[in-house]
Design a protein. Sequence first.
Length: 172
Amino acid sequence: MRARFLDLILAKAFPKSTFFGFGYDGPSIERARALAKAEGVADRATFETATAKTYPGRDYDLVTFFDCLHDMGDPAGAAAHVHRSLRKDGTWMVVEPFANDKFEDNLNPVGRIFYAASTMICTPASLSQEVGLGLGAQAGEKRLTEVIKQGGFSRVRRAAETPFNLILEARP
């Protein structure tokens, strides 16, 4: 099965729009470029190597983060960079692992799996980076909102949720 990148799916669905994908892993970026060419959308879906605090560009209508804010050493710094890169009426969509705000409310089968992954992957990844906040995969809406607001956003709301994901909408 071929790997799918959201930018490619969106570029096909919205041919009058332009999409930019950024990531720190060079091989993933090369793979995305090859797929964009193969899918015939390389003219409107481009991929570059950059971090969440250094990606280029301004006046984006929409910036999306998928399952990554909790892994970052400096999520508030990433939030500030997103804030600077958006249009005044732009939106930041943040998709994170679903978590309740209280520890005891996460003691269910999914929460336990997320805690295990967070202990082995997410938290060490964050702690090994600049700032090292260590949010982990069970940050919860309240903590995520605090971090997003530290980046300069004034409005954050839960846009949707599934048993596995929490989707937040942040606006300047």
